[in-house]
Structure formats: C-alpha cells, structure tokens
Design a protein around this ligand. Structure first.
Ligand code: CAO
Length: 299
C-alpha cells in the first residue's frame, strides 16, 4: 500500500510483516533514520500479545489482606477449583434470568405422609425430590426447548430426545452434580433410591466421571437448609436449572379467605438466548400445576 511504501524497511522485514499480518505503519523503527528492523517487529508483537483486548473484563485488584489483619490461606480442593471455572464460564457466557413461583404441595405432602408405612416396609425414604424429578421430566417433555443446548455454531439448537437430570449435591469437598438417567422412565421409588445412592457416592468421593455427564437440566435443592428463594446459575451447556427452597406453611388466598397451605418456593433460571420469558412462565406454571395435583402426571 501507499502507506507501507512510505515506511522505511528492507524487503525481508516487509515480507515478514506481510506473513504475520502486521501493518508496518504501526511499528516504530529503531534502526538508522527510523528504519524498521526484525527486532522492532518482534517487540511490536510482544507488546500486542501482552495488552488485554479492549473488550476484556477488568480484573479484580490484587489485595494484600494481611495488611488489614491476620489471615490463613487454604488450598482449594480439585472440585472447588473446577467450580471456580464452571461458575465463571456459565455466568459470563449465559445471559441469566430467574423466574419465581410457589407450588401448593399440600396434597403432595399428605400423599407422601400416607406412604410412610410403605417407605418403612421398602426401606426407601421419599423426600419431595423424586416427585420434583418426575414433574420436571414431564415439564421437559411438554416444553422441549428446555431439553436443549445451543450448538457450538450458535445458529442451531440441539434438541435432546432423552431425559437425564442432574442433582446438585453438597459434599465436604465441594459441589458436585451427579446425573440420574432416563428420569421419565423411572418410578418415584426408583428415583428416590437412585438420588440417595448418587448423593452417597458423591459424599464418599465414589462418583465416576460418566455419572456426572450428560445432564439435560439440573435441580438444585436447598430445601432442607432454608431460605425463601435463590437464583441458581445455569449449568451450561444446559439451558435451565430449578432452584428449590424450603417448604413451609404459608397463608394462601382462595378468593374468600386465607388458608394455611404447604407451599414450595421454586426458582427457574434460564438462558435467555434460548428461552423467552413467556416460555419460562409456561414451564414453571406447568411444573407448579403438576406439583399441586399429581394426577396431572397421568394426562
Ligand atoms: N423443604 C423442606 N424440607 C425438605 C425439602 C424442602 N424443599 N426438601 C427436602 N426436605 C426434607 C426431607 O423431606 C428430609 O426430611 P426428613 O429427614 O424429615 O425426612 C430432609 O429435608 C433431608 O432431606 P435430604 O437432604 O436427605 O434429601 P433430599 O432428597 O431432599 O436431597 C440432596 C438430596 C442430594 C439434594 C441433598 O442431600 C443435598 O445435598 N442438599 C444440598 C444441596 C445443595 O447444596 N445444593 C447446591 C445449591 S448451589 O447450586
């Protein structure tokens, strides 16, 4: 170009600049009369590589906490290190929105209560979780966009014809998400047993890699711990996650009076690139309806 022609550099340097894709006009020469040398190209490339791109996120400042009081530094476990990467990756790549609702689980709880003798007989405890798994499987079938992942090309959606659901399990080593396969083809008893088996394996560090792969959707239950609601982070490349908070007796208006009902707070976080607010509203409303009346699972 005319600009390159006005630059003072020898043919070998020009050739190298062309090969690498450097605009010579941007390089300052350190040779006699400002002649650009090979070293100048090298220095230019080094500076450009070291400089963060204009769009890079500002990094957190390095703080010397010891300057403010006593501290102790402990190493993160491998699981905690993986969590640092996974959470940052999801949070930075997925535009999150969270939708909240309460399911009236008074009937479900009465049903669960009525099954207590059978639980003892079978040696298999039913918490609300296996019912949630089944309800989620049905909601995924009714709303296939939730059982999908954005293809890496960004212009296709991969719809999954299987239904594997991850459950977040808190362990002393950190958060792990074992996956229950084919949730839609299992009974509540089977789901309860499998959830417990996987959670035990997770706590005893016995989970195999394959048992943590392939989830279509995740349930994160903080129910037995407490809280009114939280905004779970989507476990990308899944497109949605259900947060479950503490079941409690709450006053519900029936049009005439407040009735004490057992309600379960639910929060659905979703990837807004794939799912619209209306889709999420429909998904959560469906889930609330199923949990409110389990007969809907028959429909
Ligand atoms: N509200 C009130 N009580 C609840 C509840 C809810 N939403 N969900 C469960 N419970 C009750 C159960 O019925 C059970 O009661 P009983 O002991 O009286 O029968 C008790 O809480 C303990 O349940 P559990 O934790 O043993 O079983 P679970 O099926 O509910 O959960 C699992 C299994 C693996 C999710 C759980 O053990 C766990 O690890 N919880 C922590 C989850 C977590 O850290 N999530 C990560 C969030 S960050 O993404």
């Amino acid at each position: 170009t005319a600009e390159a022609a006005s630059v003072y550099a020898g043919p070998a340097v020009r050739q190298l600049a062309r090969e690498i894709g450097i605009t010579l006009g941007e390089v300052s020469g350190s040779g006699p009369k400002g002649r650009i040398l090979r070293e100048d190209l090298r220095a230019y490339v080094k500076t450009r590589l070291a400089a963060p791109p204009a769009t890079a996120l500002p990094t957190l400042p390095d703080v010397d906490f010891a300057a403010f009081g006593p501290i102790e530094t402990v190493a993160l476990s491998n699981i905690q290190k993986a969590t640092v990467t996974n959470m940052s990756r999801s949070w930075l790549n997925v535009p999150h929105v969270t939708q909240f609702d309460h399911a009236d689980v008074t009937e479900l709880e009465a049903f669960r209560d009525s099954l207590k003798p059978e639980m003892t007989q079978r040696g298999n405890k039913l918490t609300p979780l296996p019912f949630l798994l089944l309800a989620v499987a049905r909601a995924l079938r009714e709303h296939p966009r939730f059982n999908a992942s954005l293809a890496p090309d960004g212009v296709n959606l991969v719809l999954k014809k299987y239904c594997h659901v991850g459950i977040a399990v808190d362990t002393p080593q950190g958060l792990v998400v074992p996956v229950i396969r084919d949730v839609d083809r299992k009974t509540v008893w089977e789901l309860a047993a499998e959830a417990r088996e996987l959670a035990d394996k997770a706590r005893n560090r016995k989970l195999k890699l394959a048992e943590m792969q392939g989830a279509c959707f995740t349930i994160s239950s903080l129910g037995n711990i407490g809280g009114e609601g939280f905004t779970p982070i989507v476990n990308a490349p899944e497109v949605a996650i259900l947060g479950v908070s503490k079941l409690a007796l709450r006053p519900v208006w029936n049009g005439h009076e407040f009735l004490p009902r057992k309600t379960l707070p639910l929060s659905l976080s979703y990837d807004h690139r794939v799912i619209n607010g209306a889709d999420a509203g429909n998904f959560l409303t469906f889930l609330v309806a199923v949990l409110g009346d389990l007969r809907r699972l028959l429909l």
